[in-house]
Design a binder for this molecule. Structure first.
Ligand SMILES: NC(=O)C1=CN([C@@H]2O[C@H](COP(=O)(O)OP(=O)(O)OC[C@H]3O[C@@H](n4cnc5c(N)ncnc54)[C@H](O)[C@@H]3O)[C@@H](O)[C@H]2O)[C@@H](O)CC1
Ligand SMILES: Nc1ncnc2c1ncn2[C@@H]1O[C@H](COP(=O)(O)OP(=O)(O)O)[C@@H](O)[C@H]1O
Ligand SMILES: [K+]
Length: 509
């Protein structure tokens, strides 16, 4: 089995980043050294974006983000660029390292009101970064809107001013950057929409902050990449047999709604489940038989037949929801599966079936978790389905990461809150933000495929959080591998390439 580094790629909130900064300074590296390195890195990226002599505008705010901008301005001037600095507020009031940076610039500083965006070949946005504490308004908002309206490329330092580092939410208004450079580790705001789109291309540079500080900070949010879950993933053993790789079951809806179950079943096989069976009502058995080859079909009319089938303990992971129908039949099935503490991926109609009584589902998940000593339920809602189970959380504007985290704790389950910036959260507070995928995934049936990719990992014995993360990652990678023109059926056939790339990636780390 390929091995992989045990630590995930952490995403640090602005507060955690400030702590990283503080711990590093405490260990003997000065704040000025960090700011100098940051400013030089900004100048380096700027020089990649614009030809000599510019001109370049540096917009400098009242804090250390502005400090970085002064350092970058001085460095670009040394390289021969024509640079003008525009400051928000009185530059004489800068304190600490930012005041040093302003002194090092040692040339004219114009007021922000004098800035005319279309006179420059590049705008460097050093107004606010991690310290953004309220909505942009007045003169600053006006400046941002003028800059966004012209075609001059924008390089944002740390974050596009106006984007909140912990949530990606826009406070008031925000720059739409061509590129964003940040330091040490990315922040959730670089990965969550709309922040992610407003950042443009993101570059993360080390500036001397010591990675050891992460041991003290103990971050809870990670990039969803193989560093986080690669070691937990199961690969076929050399002398293994199919039962070592688990037996996944997909519960199908009636005769006119069978496609979703087959999408999940085929994806589960490709994603590594040893055996996959579709449990089908009698009316749909022949429809499935006409289409399925490697996946098996078993008649399962309702609760009593399901109960009988569940006596086979090798059936270890289930998908319930895609095309299944909303109502008591779905709730009965979820109850029986969770009472036996089998792993369950609950999607679509399975989720909606609990809209009137979400607490009943959460209680089943809690008991199943206790019985198995590990989380048994993975829910995969899109925003609409999420709102049905967690209306109060969904109404808290924008903060997708915290919504998913809170929901996971409440529901004793893994919550996969889908979208371009899918968040995977576990009850203990750990969460991952996914960046794989393409907009072509916004097409019917791709969510059904995702359930298959997740259930395959659960069937093989990967813990629920890692199983969900891996499924989401490979789903996005499959979409990237196929490219434009994607429909749901195209995803599973891309998995051999995705596994090949994954194995290489893990061998390298
Ligand atoms: N490791 C690090 O964290 C490092 C951080 N550096 C830079 O330091 C920045 C963080 O510096 P600060 O904590 O000083 O924060 P910022 O420079 O982002 O902004 C803080 C200042 O802006 C004011 N402010 C916040 N929101 C406002 C609004 N909407 N309208 C008007 N004023 C507003 C605050 O009152 C405060 O004066 C980072 O973004 C990064 O660019 C670098 O210098 C080097 C190392
Ligand atoms: N614009 C997008 N960029 C990347 N991924 C997307 C985008 N839109 C949707 N997706 C992904 O596609 C899948 C759609 O799932 P879902 O909404 O349940 O569709 P369906 O019910 O039709 O199967 C999810 O995994 C979601 O994260
Ligand atoms: K900025």
């Amino acid at each position: 089995m390929p091995t992989c580094a045990p630590i995930g790629t952490a995403l640090l909130t602005p507060t955690e980043m400030a702590e990283a900064d503080r711990l590093t300074i405490e260990s003997g590296i000065s704040g000025w050294q960090l700011m100098s390195a940051a400013g030089r890195a900004v100048a380096g990226v700027a020089a990649e974006m614009v030809a000599l002599p510019g001109p370049v505008a540096c917009l400098a705010g009242p804090g250390n983000n502005g400090g970085d901008a002064y350092v970058a301005a001085a460095n670009l001037r040394e390289q021969g660029f024509a640079v003008r600095v525009f400051a928000l507020g009185d530059p004489e009031r800068l304190a600490g390292d930012a005041a040093f940076a302003r002194a090092a610039w040692n040339a004219e500083i114009e007021p922000l009101a004098a800035f005319e965006a279309d006179q420059f070949s590049l705008i460097i946005d050093g107004l606010f970064g991690a310290g953004l504490s309220r909505a942009l308004d007045g003169e600053v908002a006006n400046c941002v809107e003028r800059a966004n309206a012209c075609r001059t490329p924008i390089l944002s330092i740390d974050l596009p001013s106006g984007v909140a580092g912990d949530s990606g939410v826009v406070l008031g208004t925000a720059f739409k950057a061509r590129r964003t450079i940040s330091f040490f580790r990315a922040k959730p705001g670089h990965r969550l929409e709309p922040g992610r789109s407003l950042c443009g291309e993101i570059t993360i540079r080390p500036i001397g902050i010591l990675p050891d500080v992460l041991q003290t900070i103990r971050p809870r949010t990670f990039d969803n990449d193989p560093n986080l879950w690669g070691r937990a993933l199961r690969w076929p053993a050399d002398a293994g047999h199919k039962y070592d790789r688990g037996h996944a079951v997909i519960l199908s809806g009636g005769a006119s709604k069978t496609g979703a179950a087959r999408l999940a079943a085929n994806a589960a096989l490709r994603a590594g489940a040893g055996l996959v069976t579709v449990f089908s009502p009698a009316s749909a058995v022949l429809v499935h038989a006409a289409h399925l080859t490697a996946a098996m079909i078993k008649r399962c009319e309702g609760a009593s037949e399901l109960d009988t089938h569940l006596a086979d303990e090798r059936l270890n992971a289930f998908v319930l929801g895609p095309g299944f129908g909303v109502g008591a039949k779905a709730r009965d099935a979820a109850r029986l599966i969770l009472e036996k503490a089998r792993a369950l991926v609950l999607d679509a109609d399975g989720i909606t079936s609990y809209a009137d009584d979400p607490r009943a589902l959460f209680a089943l998940a809690r008991e199943a978790g206790k019985k198995a000593s590990e989380t048994r339920l993975v829910m995969t809602p899109h925003a609409g389905e999420f709102k049905r189970l967690f209306p109060d959380l969904a109404s808290s504007e924008g903060a997708k990461l915290e919504q998913a985290r809170e929901a996971a704790a409440r529901a004793h389950s893994i919550v996969v809150l889908k979208g371009r910036d899918t968040v995977i959260a576990e009850p203990g507070g750990r969460a991952a933000i996914n960046s794989t995928g393409t907009p072509w995934l916004a097409t019917a049936g791709t969510g059904d495929v995702l359930t298959g990719m997740i259930v395959a990992q659960l069937a093989q014995g990967t813990p629920a959080f890692e199983a969900a993360c891996a499924g989401v990652w490979m789903h996005g990678k499959a979409a990237e591998a196929f490219g434009p023109g994607l429909i749901a059926e195209d995803l599973a056939p891309m998995l051999p390439k995705v596994f090949g790339d994954l194995a290489r990636l893990m061998d390298e780390t």
